[in-house]
Ligand binder design. Structure first.
Ligand code: GDP
Ligand code: MG
Length: 228
């Protein structure tokens, strides 16, 4: 079993590496491949008790890896003019970004790939969900609802004057709360983002608070250690 399985593993690893979105995926993939190769060598067949424990441990690392190979979906929801597009542009402008049609998301609505620390995420903004009489607007709202419900991290965004978008009828709550247009240093110290009352203060315009925002998003993805 060992030599054939190990070389199949190697081929698989190289193929995955070529598709991986995050810079951090490369090192982790190589390390993971080495762990499996060693495991295969030491536990031919892999049926014993200790084999299973170690196997679980390697598989657990695989969950992190999966997040790096397939970019998680981050959705920003907020009323018009709170600065969603400015934030997306700012984040893509700071890093190498591509607009791509990635699998598993709505085709017409792909957003941008943004790099937070060494992790690539797919970043999409939406006006949120509201009542409407207009048929075309209603279908846009339905699309918005689907994107919101698929999000790995859902961010609610307001600005200094305009409040958070309505959440009525949504099946989930935001994971992170943001207040934009806090353009001065003093305000940027407020808020941990855990609730509407304690939003993270940022300025999409001048970049204040955006590194911290990136780390908070990664924390909610279970990838905090890759936020540097
Ligand atoms: P969206 O409708 O939520 O996508 O909002 P936009 O990104 O189009 O921004 C609406 C307006 O707010 C624009 O005039 C932006 O220049 C302005 N804006 C966005 N972010 C900031 C910010 O952090 N500070 C200030 N002062 N203005 C901002
Ligand atoms: Mg916009």
């Amino acid at each position: 079993v060992y030599p054939e399985a190990a070389s199949a593993l190697e081929a698989d690893m190289l193929a995955t590496m070529s598709q991986a979105a995050s810079p951090a995926a490369i090192d982790l993939l190589a390390a993971q491949s080495r762990l499996w190769t060693r495991w295969l060598k030491e536990h031919e067949g892999g049926r014993g008790e200790t084999d299973a424990v170690e196997r679980e441990r390697i598989l657990a690392r695989g969950d992190v890896l999966d997040r790096l190979v397939h970019p998680p979906l981050v959705v920003v929801m907020g009323r018009p003019n709170v600065g969603k597009s400015t934030l997306t542009n700012r984040l893509t402008g700071r890093t190498a970004s591509i607009v791509a049609d990635l699998p598993g998301t709505t085709r017409d609505w792909v957003g941008a790939v943004v790099t937070l620390g060494s992790v690539a995420v797919q970043w999409i903004d939406t006006p949120g969900v509201r009542e409407s009489e207009d048929a075309i607007e209603r279908s846009a709202i339905e699309l918005s609802r689907q994107v919101i419900e698929q999000a790995d991290v859902l961010i609610a965004m307001r600005d200094r004057e305009v409040g958070f978008a309505a959440m009525s009828g949504l099946k989930r709550r935001p994971d992170l709360w943001l207040k934009n247009k806090v353009d001065d240093e003093s305000g940027a110290l407020e808020g941990d983002g855990a609730s509407a009352e304690s939003p993270v203060a940022i300025s999409a315009l001048n970049g204040l608070g955006l590194d911290r925002l990136g780390r908070l998003v990664l924390k909610r993805l279970g990838l905090a250690e890759l936020g540097r």
